[in-house]
Design a protein around this ligand. Structure first.
Ligand SMILES: Cc1cc2nc3c(=O)[nH]c(=O)nc-3n(C[C@H](O)[C@H](O)[C@H](O)COP(=O)(O)OP(=O)(O)OC[C@H]3O[C@@H](n4cnc5c(N)ncnc54)[C@H](O)[C@@H]3O)c2cc1C
Length: 459
């Protein structure tokens, strides 16, 4: 016997719960299944806890700079990791409980805890119960990749998930991977007081960003004492007298780094291998991401994939936007598409990097005639007043249409300011709209009109 629903949702990440609420509001029956913690990665091991810890690290950093701002801290600034963790657990826990209570309070919504697996294109099995629906939505997210590094099974290593249980200060944290996740943990733990080394296989950090952005972020981290080893080939792990040796074959520097803890931050793997997708006939690509069309439907009619597991985005906002696209297509006959969205994200180092649209490399590849400007944060009065002048504002516009093609704002408030440009991009309006706007003083955004009046041909 199977239980019948109008919809089944697998996973309570950033798309599933809102979609469940939409079905509920429409008076339809929905079952939502979660095998671990309500709220998924963002709430439990991703955005929420890390940004909470970034805030603790920022406070410690500012306290150490007290003399610059005119106050004294008696003695050293010592971080109490138990209290940092307790604050993080409280905030993350509130979010998790909020998601669960919300779902359990929805009309016509059945919340099931357990691992879901397809039995057929219309049925899913959880805890030996068979559920059936004409519409099934997969929102299973991903987990930290664990690559087949030599010695990986001989040592204990950390991932973004197990980092959440740490309540003492690692003496020397070695981070394998110089991407977004690795850099956030690197700066945060350096500010907590750990020695930190980043090991990156590529020739630069955050390799998808423009070279000047990578270089500036590197300088910011190095200035705080984070050690960085690039071009690390043949990474290996081994136990060494109660510590962990990370072997590297770098062009410069010693061949091994001895740390007390190793964090693997080398990318994500979608949670799709244990879903029984073959029984439903749902196709994935070689890396396990579920193949979807522009409206997030899989190759099997009646099955959609939303969030990180479809490989079309790797952020909370892309997953939530997936929900909006699917819901508007189903409930409002509003034919929204993934290809309508503009790339946008932030790196939460301090100062943060706010990014939207194309990188310089992508613009060059496009062959389009462009105008560009780069403006140092040291000339932005709000940044000077705050004592946070690292970074720059970089904007590129199409020479013909005058529309903004891309921007990188590395600097105080960069994660917020970038939205001024992003919204103009969505409006398909020319940059002159921003250039002629009167912005509030003193803000970083007030400089955008000034910056945009200094556009030059893109080199
Ligand atoms: C350290 C870190 C920091 C991050 N910071 C940011 C940030 O600042 N901003 C940002 O936008 N993004 C950030 N991200 C990315 C963001 O967390 C993810 O993009 C987002 O959580 C993806 O959500 P999702 O909806 O795809 O699924 P997830 O949030 O991953 O949730 C999927 C859920 O499905 C459940 N599940 C899986 N398989 C099954 C199954 N078979 N049966 C039942 N349940 C199942 C899982 O238990 C999980 O709860 C960060 C990620 C990490 C790792």
């Amino acid at each position: 016997m199977s239980q019948n629903f109008d919809a089944i949702i697998i996973g309570t990440g950033q798309a599933g719960p809102s979609l469940a609420a939409r079905f509920s509001a429409a008076g339809m029956t929905v079952a939502i299944i979660e095998r671990h913690k309500f709220g998924g990665t963002c709430v439990n091991t991703g955005c929420v806890p890390t940004k909470t810890m970034v805030a603790s690290a920022y406070a410690a950093h500012v306290a150490r700079r007290g003399a610059e701002y005119g106050f004294e801290v008696k003695g050293d600034v010592c971080v109490n990791m138990k209290r940092v963790k307790a604050r993080k657990d409280e905030i993350s826990g509130q979010s998790r409980r909020g998601v669960e209570e919300w779902l359990r309070g929805l009309k016509n919504c059945t919340v099931i805890q357990g691992h879901a697996r397809f039995q057929s294109p219309r049925t899913v099995v959880v805890n030996d119960e068979v559920l059936e629906a004409g519409k099934i939505f997969i929102n299973v997210g991903g987990r930290a990749s664990v690559p087949a590094i030599l010695g990986i099974h001989d040592v204990s290593f950390l991932t973004n998930s197990s980092m959440m249980d740490i309540d003492s200060l690692p003496e020397h944290l070695v981070i394998v991977g110089g991407g977004y996740v690795g850099l956030e943990f690197a700066q945060m733990y350096r500010r907590f007081g750990s020695e930190v080394t980043i090991i990156e296989m590529g020739p630069r950090l955050i390799g998808r960003e423009d070279e000047d952005v990578s270089q500036a972020v590197r300088e910011i981290l190095e200035m705080e004492g984070v050690r960085i080893r690039l071009n690390a080939k043949c990474i290996s792990l081994a136990k060494r007298e109660g510590r962990i040796s990370v072997g590297v074959d770098c062009e410069e520097g010693p061949p091994e780094i001895i740390g007390t803890h190793v964090l693997l931050a080398v990318g994500r793997t979608p949670n799709t291998s244990d879903l029984g997708l073959d029984r439903a006939g749902v196709v994935t690509n070689q890396r396990g991401y579920i193949t979807v069309d522009d409206q997030l439907q899989t190759n099997v009619p009646g099955i959609w994939a939303l969030g990180d597991c479809n490989g079309r985005g790797a952020f909370t906002h892309t997953s939530y936007n997936d929900y909006e696209i699917v819901a508007d297509n189903l409930f409002n006959a509003d034919h929204r598409r993934v290809s309508d969205r503009i790339q946008a994200y932030a790196l939460y180092t301090d100062p943060p990097l706010g990014r939207c649209g194309m990188t310089d490399a992508e613009i060059r590849k496009s062959g389009r005639a462009a105008l560009a400007v780069k403006y140092p944060m040291s000339k932005v009065s709000r940044a000077v007043e705050k004592g946070e002048t690292q970074g720059f504002i970089k904007i590129t516009v199409d020479a013909e249409t005058k529309q903004i093609m891309g921007a990188a704002i590395l600097g105080t408030g960069g994660d917020e300011v970038v939205h001024v440009l992003l919204d103009v991009m969505y409006a398909k309006a020319p940059y002159t709209v921003v250039q002629r706007a009167m912005h509030i003083h003193p803000t970083v955004s007030e400089y955008l009109p000034t910056v945009l009046s200094q556009l030059r041909p893109f080199a």
